[in-house]
Design a protein. Structure first.
Length: 57
């Protein structure tokens, strides 16, 4: 079967480009979620440390 150029481009996009795009999107979302969790953990730890210092003699 001979693929004409537009069909070839669609097949290439479906097989090669789309999975790479999906992986980049997943990685960007993963980094974003990790960053948000890390900032929240740091903020909580900061407040806890400050509160402990304020109540110590």
């Amino acid at each position: 079967m001979v693929l004409v150029l537009p069909a070839h481009h669609r097949a290439y996009d479906r097989i090669v480009v789309a999975p790479a795009r999906t992986a980049r999107t997943w990685l960007a979302l993963h980094r974003h979620r990790w960053s948000i969790r890390r900032q929240t953990r740091a903020r909580t730890s900061h407040y806890r440390t400050r509160a402990a210092r304020a109540h110590s003699p």
